[in-house]
Ligand binder design. Sequence first.
Ligand code: ZN
Length: 272
Amino acid sequence: MTASQAAPTYDVFAIKYATNPNRTRGHNFIKDADPLAPLTMDFFSWVIIGDGKAFVVDTGMAPEKAARHGHQFIASPVETLKKLGVDPASVDTVIMTHLHYDHTGHTEHFPNAKFLLQAEEMAHVTGPYMETPFFRHAYEVDELQKFVGYLHGGRLKLHGRDHTVADGISVHWVGGHTAGQEVVRVRTKRGWVVLASDALHYEEELTRGVPFAIVFSIADMIKSHERIRELADSDDHVVAAHDPKVLDLYPAASPELAGLAVKVDEAPNRRM
Ligand SMILES: [Zn+2]
């Protein structure tokens, strides 16, 4: 095999765009032993860069949604993407891991993109469970309507449970948090990294084997830990979606982006 035929590896960045320092462990975990202890929730989207392309994974949250839900908006993930050298207009593939409002904002900044989504997630957000406030409260109707528009405009690909996006990038249904929750597997120079998205809000869900409190199926959520471990080279190759630890574990993308973007294809620093 010549160098030009080698399997591509990708750089992967986690982009922090909002935070909520007012959350407690009791908000985040069911029957936690210390429910009043604070546990900040950070909000991330991701970008996978390599082989001459950028693949965006989720598009963050609109500032007005942050305000409505009591989160502190920090910086537009689209602006951070630009600082990472990605022109949003050049992006042709956006992976949507699920359709909760904190993952679906800013899609209008990707006018040339096709969106990828689990068919089960689209069925879920228009299906009978949405009759129940508990199941629909992290969805926003105007965000969902955008995706109906993308579907009818030929810009939304609804795929099956396991789907190959590109050589070295694939998505895998795990369910649990939502009916169509998926994780993203990426080949990097350090091996297979899994962006767990909201299958893991916090790393400790995996290490302790416990569910997050916002959940569609606790059984699928716990079972997803096994699938994540099949897909990732080790627990150190798994990136949680809302854990402030992510910013401490991984190096900043650049000095300018300290606190806003970290490079998760690098090994985490566990000595901190
Ligand atoms: Zn989320």
